[in-house]
Design a protein around this ligand. Structure first.
Ligand code: PBE
Length: 266
């Protein structure tokens, strides 16, 4: 491309997140697919991306970010996904629960709960909104569990109680996974397990479950976002299926930014 007004006003920067995120790989592919040769995808973190968004939004300045749903930012700011006519970001996806081989035998109750864990976007968003407002994630999880005892009862139905065994959960500090991991951790604790949470990078999250050094993760976005990680590790882990359906990834801008499609960046 030869340059565009939106490019000039944003220094040709797309504000990304953690380098290992599936969304970042998709964004890099999109930059090739749409021939965004002048553009830079800025690596950072989810928290830094949101901070940039807040700053630009408060001044009504143009900004372009990599975004995903569910996310509380769509409730806090007027945002839109840019159209993706090539379908580079895939369609709606599911978040899957992956556990280590042997968990079923070692901790059958925890396995059953993880297997039955399933909730909706609106549930997850409630926890995310509280956390984004400053509530401690553990407290936000507890609040959601107390308000949703029927749903939680379905997850724990038929699950043998634990006897203080330790269950190790891994997650990445994405807002979605902070919410889901804290909720399932609390439910496991209430059913007799001692839960240890570790926040890691994406690669080690998959590797840890596959090599059995940790027990479970509830953070596998499939079939597209984490395709490469999943393909590398799937033979060494157990996929318990989706815990949430209907996620989305893409390039996001505030509604006041006057473009509608990724093609408009060219
Ligand atoms: N995300 C949120 C992650 C999965 C969860 C979309 C930022 C990713 O891109 O890997």
């Amino acid at each position: 491309g030869t340059g565009s007004a939106i490019g000039e006003s944003t220094n040709y920067k797309i504000i990304g997140i953690e380098p290992g995120a599936g969304l970042m790989a998709q964004a890099k592919t999109a930059m090739k697919d749409y021939k965004l040769d002048n553009w830079t995808l800025v690596e950072g973190s989810s928290a830094a991306m949101v901070a940039e968004l807040k700053k630009a939004y408060s001044k009504k300045e143009p900004i372009i970010i990599t975004g995903w749903s569910p996310h509380w930012m769509f409730a806090s700011f007027d945002l839109k996904y840019l159209d993706d006519p090539n379908g580079t970001f895939g369609g709606a996806e599911e978040i899957n629960t992956l556990v280590r081989k042997g968990l079923k035998e070692d901790a059958p109750g925890a396995y059953t709960i993880l297997d039955q864990f399933s909730w909706d976007t609106s549930d997850m968003e409630k926890v995310m909104v509280d956390v984004s407002g400053g509530m401690d994630p553990k407290e936000a999880a507890d609040k959601w569990i107390k308000a949703n005892t029927d749903k939680v009862a379905k997850w724990t139905k038929g699950a043998q109680a634990g006897n203080g065994e330790e269950i190790k959960l891994v997650y990445v500090a994405w807002d979605t996974e902070i919410a889901s991991t804290n909720v399932i951790a609390k439910v496991l604790e209430q059913n007799g397990y001692k839960v240890k949470l570790s926040q890691v990078e994406v690669g080690p999250m998959f590797a840890g479950v596959a090599n059995g050094s940790v027990d479970a993760m509830v953070a596998a976005w499939l079939p597209s976002t984490h395709k490469d990680y999943y393909e590398s590790y799937k033979k060494d882990l157990v996929n318990l299926g989706p815990n949430l359906k209907g996620t989305k990834n893409g390039i996001v801008v505030p509604k006041y930014v006057d473009i509608d499609s990724i093609e408009d960046l060219k």
